[in-house]
Design a binder for this molecule. Structure first.
Ligand code: SF4
Length: 383
């Protein structure tokens, strides 16, 4: 299949692995953060982590939208869904994320709340059209990849004068998360050490590669925007190793078949028209970050579920045994969590990172938990 098979060629993968092993310098460590949860899963699913030389360590980033949504926002969704007139439309994985006291949208549904699983915002809008007597709320989450799809349905609902549709908007921004990690106290103390970033592919199809140029310049960290097939990732990692060896910190684009420097101008303009920055937004693991989340503009207030229903926000702490926060900041790996694979499994998740198909705990559980050695780099590296 075009654009699939040529990016999964085992011989090419072995040659790339040999090249990495030759070019990675003994005695230094290359700590590379893959921002995106889709990349984390690809690294484990295709066995790439096992092909890397010991000098290269992959650190998993916060790029999983289900994982970074804090429990307080999930509690708001449950409160909304319990209103008798409301039908809450949500992505399937969101339904299983544990909220306060191990509640979830799935349990709320079992208790009688009208909660429907959808594959996208268009499904929710269609449901609202087909059920004019119901107040249909779309539980919108995601990074810049899915934000345009939310903006489209808000605009369509406004154009069609649909009064029974609204959006509970939880969209967040990738650059803010990278800023938060690189500017965190742990990074300043050297407890989080990231030498370079595998940049998100899907997000970059919308925003382009240009927004990373500031990080590369200010933090002196190379970024390589990567696709999701195994050869994409191996090539991107090799490109990062080469930049670090040569002392460069530039933005490079491996995913040229989908990403251009300035992104998708139509999608960017649409988002700009419908959504605006929130002054602050709480993230799981990263805390409350300024200018990191989006809400509907005043012009579209009639389709904003938070305004329509006035649901107060209250922060809720994660389960005390759950290390999702530290994992999302790159401080820990899933196997560092004391209850990984025992009290916390995909069938009975304790934290969000075990639920989502982009969560790193789910990736380790599905593809890596039976591996004897989670290899660690042998030596500490130069900056
Ligand atoms: S294994 Fe479960 S409890 Fe531990 S960090 Fe992952 S999601 Fe949280």
């Amino acid at each position: 299949m075009k654009y699939i098979e040529e990016f999964r060629d085992g011989d090419v993968a072995r040659r790339l692995a040999d090249r990495m092993a030759r070019e990675a310098r003994a005695g230094r460590t290359y700590r590379l953060m893959e921002f995106c949860g889709g990349h984390t899963h690809a690294l484990w699913r295709y066995g790439i982590v096992e092909m890397l030389p010991p000098e290269i360590e992959m650190i998993h980033g916060p790029g999983c939208p289900v994982c970074v949504l804090p429990i307080g926002r999930l509690e708001q969704a449950i409160t909304l869904a319990r209103r008798p007139e409301v039908t809450l439309c949500t992505f399937g994985d969101m339904m299983r994320v544990p909220a306060r006291d191990r509640r979830s949208l799935l349990k709320a549904k079992a208790e009688g709340a009208d909660i429907r699983m959808v594959y996208g915002s268009a499904d929710a809008l269609r449901f609202a059209k087909d059920h004019p007597a119901r107040e249909v709320v779309f539980f919108a989450i995601g990074f810049e990849t899915t934000t345009p799809a939310t903006a489209v349905v808000v605009k369509q609902a406004a154009e069609q004068g649909m009064g029974n549709f609204s959006v509970f908007c939880n969209h967040v921004l990738t650059p803010s998360a990278i800023d938060a990690i690189l500017g965190s106290p742990e990074a300043k103390e050297g407890r989080i050490q990231v030498d370079g970033f595998v940049g998100p592919g899907h997000v970059s199809t919308i925003i382009g590669s240009a927004p990373y140029e500031r990080f590369a310049r200010e933090h002196r960290k190379p970024v390589v925007v990567s696709g999701f097939e195994p050869l994409d990732l191996m090539q991107s990692i090799l490109m990062l190793v080469r930049q670090l060896n040569e002392g460069r910190h530039e933005v490079e684009n491996e995913y040229t078949r989908a990403v251009v420097r300035d992104g998708n101008p139509v999608a960017i303009a649409l988002v700009e028209e419908v959504l605006e920055l929130r002054p602050s937004f709480e993230w799981r693991g990263l805390g409350t970050l300024p200018d990191s989340g989006l809400r509907l503009r005043e012009k579209y207030a009639a389709w904003d579920a938070e305004k329509k229903w006035s649901i107060p926000y209250e922060p809720v702490a994660d389960h005390k045994s759950c290390a999702c926060g530290e994992i999302l900041r790159g401080l820990k790996k899933p196997t560092d969590c004391k209850i990984f694979g025992t009290a916390c499994t995909p069938e009975s998740p304790v934290g969000s990172c075990m639920v989502s198909p982009e969560g790193s705990c789910a990736a380790y559980y599905a593809y890596g938990r039976l591996l004897k050695n989670h290899r660690r780099p042998a030596a500490s590296g130069e900056a």
